[in-house]
Write a protein that binds this ligand. Structure first.
Ligand code: APR
Length: 252
């Protein structure tokens, strides 16, 4: 289906849906300058996730994680929401979007104005002590992160770790239970910029489909799960999502 008619059909579906839920991945933040993980220029083509982003490796030697975090992390603090984040926030204001389930840890949905965001992989804006669970705002301790191999807790000296889910860690139970509840009660799921290769997040569209929802994919590439979709628009989310919002505004 060519893009224009797919966009019009998706706008129509959103307009007539009882509950629309969005599921986002790294691709929605690509136009904000944040790298995606997979694909030829993805972070995992430069770094080994088992070494720099697994809980096992973190427990063994957190320095490797922090080296990686220092190399890629600063952009998180300065990145701005793009037109795709803003379009989803507008759909929420228009009462056309129930909530955003995100795999991203960048907080850009909230910065774009979205109020109902479910973060299933945590948020890099928070740092937690792995021993006493003391919590720090990342922006408050950037100097220490820059200076110390492994930033330590003021209170107990334990090693600090961003409140993000590393490979091998369970997802935050409350957030994932909320996400499951949302996709089971949705009649339309819009997945944006995710390759859906990481479980259990990758199971959400299938669960939604089994619960009777229609599935929309907005991705700049073909993904391994396109066949599950009722609608697919290939293009940058920052171009496609505003066009869908525009179509809802002017046509229905
Ligand atoms: N607009 C839309 N889609 C895009 C854009 C864009 N501008 N740029 C890239 N994409 C698409 C890619 O084609 C790809 O399908 O975004 C997807 C990004 O996929 P991944 O890099 O695999 O990211 P994601 O699906 O979010 O990864 C899931 O894996 O590494 C872990 O914890 C990490 O949350 C992450 C999880």
């Amino acid at each position: 289906m060519e893009a224009y008619s797919a966009i019009m059909s998706i706008a129509h579906e959103i307009k007539h849906a009882r509950r629309t839920v969005a599921l986002t991945g790294a691709g929605i933040s690509a136009e904000s300058g944040l790298g995606t993980f997979r694909g030829k220029d993805g972070l995992w083509s430069k770094y080994d996730p088992a070494v720099v982003a697994s809980i096992e490796s973190f427990k063994r030697d957190p320095r490797k994680f922090w080296e990686f975090a220092r190399e890629i992390g600063w952009i998180f603090l300065t990145a701005k929401p793009n037109a795709a984040h803003i379009a989803l926030a507008e759909l929420e204001v228009m009462k056309r979007l129930d909530s955003v389930i995100t795999q991203n840890v960048d907080g850009l949905h909230q910065r774009a104005g979205s109020k109902r965001v479910i973060e299933i992989h945590g948020n890099a804006g928070r740092i937690i002590c792995t021993r006493c669970l003391a919590e720090y705002a990342t922006e408050k301790i950037v100097d220490r992160i820059a200076r110390e191999d492994v930033p330590r807790c003021d209170r107990c000296g334990g090693s600090l770790k961003p409140d993000v889910i590393l490979f091998g860690e369970p997802l935050p139970k409350r957030a994932f239970d909320q996400a499951l509840k949302k996709v089971r009660s949705a009649d339309l799921l819009i997945a944006v910029g995710t390759s859906l290769e990481v479980y259990p997040a990758a199971s959400l569209p299938e669960i939604a489909k089994k619960s009777g929802a229609k599935i929309v994919s907005i991705d700049s590439e073909r993904t391994g799960w396109d066949d599950l979709c009722d609608y697919k628009v290939s293009g940058p989310a920052g171009e496609v999502l505003p066009r869908i919002v525009q179509a809802i505004r002017i046509t229905f």
